[in-house]
Design a protein around this ligand. Sequence first.
Ligand SMILES: Nc1ncnc2c1ncn2[C@@H]1O[C@H](COP(=O)(O)OP(=O)(O)OP(=O)(O)O)[C@@H](O)[C@H]1O
Ligand SMILES: [Mg+2]
Length: 612
Amino acid sequence: MEENRNRKPLRFFGLGEILPYARAYRREIAGMVLLGLGSSLCDAIYPLFNRYALNRYVGEGRLETLPSFLSLYFLVLLAQVLANFISSYFICKVELFIGRDLKNASFNHLQTLSFSYFNTHNVGYIHARIMSDTDRIATMMSWRLMDFVWNLSYILFAMLVMLRIQPRLALRLLLLLPFAAAAIGFFQRRVLRMNRRVREMNAVLTGDFNEGITGAKTIRTMVLAEKISADFRKDTREMRRRSIHATHYAALFTATVTMMSSAALALVLWRGGEMTAVRLLEIGSLSVFLSYALGIMEPIQYIIEAFSTLLDVQVNIERFSALLHIESDVKDSPAVIERYGDSFRPKRENWEPLYGEVAFRDVSFRYPDGEEEVLRHFNLKVEKGSRIAIVGETGAGKSTLVNLVCRFFEPTAGAVLIDGRDARERSQLWLHSHIGYVLQTPHLFSGSIRDNLRYGREDATDEEIWEALRLVSAADVAERMGRGLDSEVGEGGDLLSTGEKQLLSFARAILADPAILVLDEATSSVDTVTERRIQEAARRLTEGRTSFLIAHRLSTIIDADRILAVRDGHIVEAGTHRELMEKRGYYYRLYTRQYEDARTEGEFGERQAAEI
Ligand SMILES: Nc1ncnc2c1ncn2[C@@H]1O[C@H](COP(=O)(O)OP(=O)(O)OP(=O)(O)O)[C@@H](O)[C@H]1O
Ligand SMILES: [Mg+2]
């Protein structure tokens, strides 16, 4: 991703970035590590019980200490079960809480990013990435850390015990460990690589699947089934090949671990057996060595695994910290935050009212990733409460103008003034709290109509909600859906038509009662009856507010106080509908052309209807 550019690789696997999040749970982590040590100590102690039992009860045939032996044995067993239980609790807690904190941090940071970030980044992708990155980091900080501590301490305990019992034999076994580690590491790296390749292929297949399903109509109508199916066969074949490959390596890996254990066992049996024969080693001690020889390879495997996870997770940590380091294009200055607060702690008591006078003073603007200037030395003054329509061909810069009013972007040069003061002198939240923005594609949230309208104003009563619905003549939408304000709108408002969504978002804006209103027109997707309703609703909605109407259908803006015809980032004409029509310039041409189009479309439609 581009946010990784120009960033130095993180030191110490990027753990420094994560440590602050772990610090909050240092008690739990300490508990989990200590209990883990305890549990692994218990595990390392069991062979000593065997040794005692073999030497004492089998070797010497004396049974008088048996009851205390058994009690001790069960005590250790109980202690271990308890330690495992409590440490699992800590591990889960650490995993959950660190994961949650990381997600919170990412989410809160995303909230501070500007419009342009979401313009250029796929939200679904960001979401998936945050979820998987933070999960993996949290698992690493809990389960993998625990694996590491547990297994390393087991090896150390075992080594210590063996060195005490019979140093020479212990050293022999110790010499074997680096070879074992190298062999295990070698195969493990390969297994991981193979698994990654399988996962990649799996992603491709999932993609194929998705396309096959979502594009089913296109595939049928364009007779692509043959080709799609051939592609799919090719991909599944590749998947099979990679999976078999991966399984081979996994099998080799398991075999290596077993072989290393056997080698250790053989070594102990051979040298230890000799020592036992010449009474250098008791039979009980030999059994201790045998247990450790068998048990020591698996911990090595886990330690190596923990290391490779750390290497892998580094990527997740890098991405996570890169996300947190992205700076918003639009930022409130420290002085502004000091006075007005930020998004999470707004200081509403210091907020001035907003009246709604908007001005562009010599504004030039280029999109952060754009090549050309969209606006050049643009000037405009809009009185409080006036209704401004912006017209122009596609790409003329209409949406850009209102994006600047809303401060979704900041001018490259010049300033946007709100009530006579540079917008940057006050906080984004202050401005956004006073702006209503109804998009070309209205967005509703899943939930009831009431929930959705209350996004406009949290404490709106049902009476006020109905009033708002009536004002935009959308009351019948709620009535028709059966359960009134409780009717569910579906995900993203799926259960409603575009026109209905538009009307509801108007009602939502009315409840919010903003001083400035922006309507980026919903285009052709509505029928003429709905269009007229929307037009009427828009008129009601804009009454008494500074409004910017972007209209593709010029018939909808005839009664605007001022119409701005924009072309290539410049206002080429400005005036009322009548003035501009009399001028017979750019607007006149736009208008008459559309009127002609509408007429021919209408006639065509009628003719078609007559033919049927
Ligand atoms: N996020 C962006 N990044 C870079 N360039 C952009 C971006 N958005 C718009 N542009 C460019 O800025 C110019 C003006 O676009 P704008 O969206 O303001 O046009 P518009 O008048 O609203 O068009 P439409 O009628 O199609 O909505 C276009 O040339 C467009 O390619
Ligand atoms: Mg636009």
